[in-house]
Design a binder for this molecule. Structure first.
Ligand code: C2O
Ligand code: CU
Length: 689
């Protein structure tokens, strides 16, 4: 729906810019015709047609806004209403009140009334150009009065200048008619000035977008306190020059927020990052970046309560690597974000992570240095936390599978694990199976399971309360998300497949391992917000939130990011490093409203915390409590989520379509008293996204 509405709006806006520009040109011709005894009637009639078409288009645009308001809600039109509407509505009024009546009697109005015909039309042209710019390039996602008055000011200034200019022109023309060539020259001059201004603006903004040699990852210039109170004025302090805040809240460095430094680990692993040529099951070779020579990397299985120690050794990944424990709420220093919680681990270096696994569930690990490239190239693996004292496969047959997209010279190849063909597995009928589905790709994947009924037992590692029985559902998992699916192996084969993907990859479970793939009995799209049954949750309708944030996800049709021009992905109208920082204090109960105004899926991932979904599109969730770390927000969707600020640190909050994160859609949740000695930029070589 959103695509249709915004798509229509885009077309209307393009038409508006075009129509008003043309109308302005025709109105200009009245001026010349009037003094040359030319055909005033012709030009005024043309202008009148232009006015009508332009006004009708404007009202169409306005009707679109009302439809969007009715169908999607205020969040999807507030920038339009507050900032963009006045830029077109005011000149439109001006046109109706001044140009239209004067045009009716064009002959008698000339020359004195000419200005009152021209000026409103020119103002309207500028208003539509500004509107187009604001919808496509510089989205005022969370509008404020300052922003709307700024743009109104620009409009009035431009209109005033044009008015003065036209007034002078009319006076001049009265005495001396410019020839055709002179008019062409003048037009070309105007175009040249405009082009030069636009080009220098572009070049300047391209330069300005370059990241400095070194900068803190957290944006201290745009702090959002979520309307909460209690902050001492520490937000502006860069670095650790203030060791003590005024309220006695001690400043703490991320380097001190480690897991246990001593103690014999219960589980110990070493992961070697190295490049390796790998062969897919189809025979195709991939230049992969691997952990221990494989991708996905080794599956790390631990128990709840274990002290886990993982040593990362970088053999030959030039840009350096890190390990991020996606979905696991580790202490901040163990979070593996290059340039914020540590420096990237360079070739020949190693780094040890130590933390206690305080939860259970299906998670994964991946590099968080140049993650948009490194994860894509294979630096990731599954991280499974079993309940205390439970051995693997002591309970149900436990199978993990990771979906991924590989870039090859022949295009994208989608795999499950490292297989791009159908895998076969023998499973004895009657066996309880727990299938852990991990989406290690940036794109949303839709899994299907055919030949059996099943349950979604957990999402993002968190159990669903009393999950219902499903058949044929389409399980949509956003990039970085995980679903645990359980079923009892029947006599007939069961097929796990990826829906509507150009790939053979899938798994056939059968009693002898010889079963053939089952055809899909297609059901409906699985909706986690109404699945399972309610159970007690820490947040309810009576929860008093200490802070409330809004995250508006947008696309900028074109923009500059770190010295490159691209389509960009914005949060609250800004791209990293200009996105706001959500600032909290330990203990805060926080609500966030997340709105997707763009045409793409955004799996929003908050590090270090579990978020509880409260509502989707205004409807409170009706099933099991839904606790996630990666929330798939589809176009036109709006979620309210809650979390408790119980893990002090500096935490990334970003889209797990990692290309989006690397093109702007990255921000941070910061605890007000935490500082970091690490920086990103070319000087340190840290580039987390
Ligand atoms: Cu799985 Cu910041 O990422
Ligand atoms: Cu995204």
């Amino acid at each position: 729906m959103l695509e249709v509405f915004y798509g229509m709006e885009f077309i209307i806006l393009v038409a508006l810019v075009f129509v008003w520009g043309l109308t302005g040109l025709m109105a200009n011709n009245i001026k010349y015709a009037a003094f040359r005894n030319g055909n005033v009637n012709l030009w005024s009639r043309m202008t009148r047609i232009g006015l009508w078409v332009g006004l009708i288009l404007f009202f169409l645009w306005f009707a679109m806004m009302i439809l969007i308001l009715l169908f999607l809600g205020w969040f999807f039109v507030m920038d339009r209403v507050v900032v963009i509407l006045p830029l077109m509505a005011l000149p439109a009024l001006f046109v109706i009140r001044s140009s239209m009546p004067k045009l009716k009697k064009a002959d008698s109005a000339i020359p004195d009334g000419l200005i009152s015909i021209l000026a409103p039309i020119h103002t309207m042209s500028i208003g539509t150009i500004l509107a187009f710019y604001l919808v496509t390039i510089n989205v005022p996602a969370i509008p404020d009065v300052k922003e709307s008055t700024t743009y109104l000011g620009i409009l009035i200034l431009c209109a005033g200048l044009l008015w003065l200019y036209q007034k002078r022109r009319v006076e001049r023309i009265r005495f001396r008619q410019p020839g055709f060539a002179a008019r062409i020259r003048r037009g070309a001059g105007f175009a040249a000035v405009f082009m030069i201004a636009a080009l220098s603006g572009y070049t300047w903004s391209l330069q300005a977008s370059k990241f400095p040699e070194s900068m803190e990852m957290v944006n201290h210039d745009l702090i959002d306190d979520g309307g909460g109170t209690g902050f001492v004025n520490v937000s502006m302090h860069h670095g650790s020059d203030h060791s003590q805040a005024t309220n006695g809240n001690k400043m703490v460095s991320v380097v001190d927020l480690t897991g246990p430094k001593t103690g014999e680990p219960d589980k110990r692993f070493t992961l070697y990052a190295e490049k390796k040529m790998l062969k897919l099951s189809s025979g195709r070779t991939i230049e992969a970046w691997t952990f221990n020579g494989q991708s996905p990397g080794p599956q790390l299985v631990v128990n709840k309560g274990d002290l886990v120690e993982v040593t990362l050794v970088n053999k030959d990944i030039d840009q350096g690597v890190t390990l991020h424990w996606h979905g696991v709420d580790v202490p901040n220093a163990e979070d593996g974000v290059a340039g914020m919680t540590q420096d990237a681990v360079m070739p020949g270096e190693s780094y040890t992570y130590r933390f206690v696994a305080n939860e259970t569930g299906s998670h994964w690990y991946h590099s968080h240095q140049v993650s948009s490239i490194q994860v894509q190239k294979g630096l990731f693996g599954a991280f499974i936390i079993l309940p205390e004292n439970q051995k693997r496969n002591e309970g149900p047959l436990d199978i993990t599978t990771l979906a991924h997209d590989w870039e090859t010279p022949e295009g994208t190849v989608t795999t499950l694990d490292f297989s791009d063909t159908l895998q076969a597995k023998a499973v004895k009928p009657g066996t309880e199976v727990r299938l852990r589905l991990v989406n290690g790709s940036s794109e949303t994947k839709i899994f299907t399971l055919n030949g059996t009924s099943y349950k979604v037992a957990a999402i993002d590692g968190n159990d669903i309360h009393e999950p219902g029985t499903l058949t044929g559902s389409l399980l949509k998992i956003g990039g970085g998300g995980r679903y645990d699916v359980t079923f009892t192996m029947p006599e007939k084969p069961v097929t796990l497949a990826l829906y509507h993907e150009n790939t053979e990859s899938g798994i056939v479970f059968s009693k002898d391992g010889q079963g053939k793939a089952e055809a899909l009995e297609e059901g409906t799209v699985f909706d986690p917000t109404s699945y399972g049954t309610p159970a007690s949750s820490p947040y309810g309708s009576s929860t008093a939130f200490d802070r409330e944030f809004t995250m508006i996800l947008d696309q900028l049709y074109v923009g500059n990011y770190n010295g490159k021009t691209n389509q960009l992905w914005a949060i609250n109208g800004e791209v990293f490093p200009h996105t706001p920082t959500f600032m909290v204090q330990e203990g805060d109960i926080v609500k966030t409203t997340i709105v997707n105004k763009s045409f793409a899926d955004h799996p929003i991932h908050l590090h270090g915390h579990h978020i509880h979904v409260l509502s989707k599109n205004g409807k409170p969730i009706s099933g099991s409590p839904l606790v996630l770390d990666t929330l798939l927000v589809e176009p036109g969707d709006m979620y309210e989520v809650a979390f408790t600020a119980n893990n002090p640190g500096l935490w990334m909050d970003h889209c797990h379509n990692l290309e989006h994160a690397a093109q702007g859609m990255t921000m941070h949740l910061a605890y007000q008293n935490i500082t970091t000695p690490f920086t990103i930029g070319d000087r340190t070589g840290n580039h987390p996204e």
